[in-house]
Design a protein around this ligand. Structure first.
Ligand code: GLU
Length: 423
């Protein structure tokens, strides 16, 4: 029974992410893009990127590539892209239509829309339900400025119509603009799209998310060592709930699960611990070559190692890392010793003799021979391992035998010698 009876429903889904290039979008803006993307793809529809650069005074040119990079890094590829400043002729033509209809008037070189008395303005918002505004509270508003550029309201309505946008999914802060948009649709005689206003992400303080609380850009998070998969998963669940209590979803799995009716009506609270939890999970999931490439990108220490040694270290420390940037913190013991005090001299001498007795230097033989050494000399295993840890690494380590195998035998002996030199 796939028959579609409602003609509206059969309309192809086309949505847009419409950032104003006034700076680098923060993670909350990108969540809006993500929901648009997920909805489009879940409906086999199209996701359009529309750069709303009609406010020349606030235009920051570098923000356009940053917006694009932020989307691309998360895998949110757009099907089509437009830039409003290149569509001035379209707005000009549509202004002429409103002039003919007597719906606008010249106001010192700018064009204002005349708000006539009439019925209340209403729409059925997918998240908020029925929303209603009286026209009386809306003053005449500028739609084309004296610099000939359209205002946001005008350009947005003309474009949403021309680009056949079926659903406008955007932040709650635009609810108060929607009545103006409805006036424009009415005046043109166009049917409005379906509106989906999503509640903003709040900080722990329950106030607007501040930079300190997490309102950074996706690119900053990536630079800090967060994985795109973790950011996508985290953002998707920050305002939308899947069925059941599963939490881990890839982008494709999110596409398969996504539906607008599960968008939350209340604002989610940004929780860095949750993001860290996702990141840890994905650090364990991604392939070793992928992880290695990411580590090499940000760690100068990693760049000095050959791939074989780097692989061994990554295998040992990846479970401890929360972000890629943690690599150096946990790997530093393989580059230099820590600060813990060496054990008793006699214990060090014993550890040295044990290490010297190992001829084949690999993890298996290190482990076999040291276990035999423990048994033969009647030592306490934990104490002996702790001696090795302190004498060689002087810091916390992953399992000690595996950690020893990362270093060359000579390096281990040299570190032990150094421990003996400390009075
Ligand atoms: N350019 C607006 C913004 O910066 C877009 C609002 C909308 O989606 O209609 O958020």
């Amino acid at each position: 029974m796939n028959q579609v009876t409602d003609p509206e429903r059969s309309r192809r889904v086309r949505v847009r992410y419409a950032p104003s290039p006034t700076g680098i979008p923060h993670i909350g803006n990108i969540r809006t893009a993500l929901y648009n993307f997920l909805f489009a793809k879940s409906q086999k529809g199209q996701f359009i990127l529309r750069i709303e650069d009609t406010d020349q005074s606030r235009f920051v040119p570098e923000s356009v590539p940053k917006i694009e990079e932020s989307l691309k890094v998360l895998g949110l590829d757009w099907d089509d892209k437009h830039q409003q400043s290149q569509r001035l002729d379209v707005y000009g033509k549509n202004l002429e239509i409103l002039k003919k209809k007597n719906a606008v008037y010249d106001d010192g070189g700018a064009w204002k829309f005349k708000v006539e008395k009439g019925k209340n303005l209403k729409w059925a918002d997918v998240v908020h339900g029925d929303v209603e505004f009286s026209r009386d509270v809306i003053a005449d508003f500028v739609i084309v400025k004296s610099d000939k550029f359209p205002t946001y309201h005008f350009a947005s309505v003309v474009d949403d119509h021309q680009m056949q946008i079926s659903h406008v999914i955007r932040g709650d802060e635009w609810i108060s603009s929607t009545p103006k948009h409805l006036l424009l649709y009415e005046s043109f005689g166009w049917g409005p799209p379906t509106f989906v206003h999503i509640p903003p992400i709040l900080g722990e303080s329950k106030k607007k998310l501040s930079k300190r609380e997490g309102a950074k850009s996706v690119l900053e998070y990536i630079d800090e060592g967060y994985l795109p998969q973790a950011l996508v998963n985290f953002l998707a669940l920050l305002g939308w709930s899947p069925k059941g209590d599963r939490e881990l979803f890839t982008l494709n799995e999110l596409v398969a699960e996504f539906s607008l009716d599960r968008l939350n009506k209340n604002s989610p609270i940004f929780n860095l611990e949750k993001l860290n939890w996702f990141n840890k999970k994905y650090l364990q999931k991604i392939s070793l070559p992928d992880l290695m490439a990411k580590i090499k990108k940000i760690s100068s220490k990693a760049q000095t190692l050959d791939d074989q040694k780097l692989t061994k270290i990554i295998e040992l420390v990846r479970d401890r890392m929360t972000t890629i940037s943690d690599f150096e913190k946990y790997a530093k013991i393989f580059f230099e010793k820590g600060k813990e005090k060496p054990p008793q001299r006699q214990k060090i001498e014993n550890a040295k003799a044990a290490i010297e007795s190992i001829n084949v230097w690999n993890e298996k033989s290190i482990s076999n021979l040291l276990d035999q050494w423990i048994a033969k000399n009647n030592l306490q295993s934990a104490d002996f391992k702790n001696t090795l840890r302190l004498a060689v690494f002087a810091d916390n380590t992953p399992p000690i035998y595996e950690s020893l195998a990362v270093l060359k035998k000579e390096e281990v002996l040299k570190r032990i010698e150094d421990a003996l030199k400390i009075p």
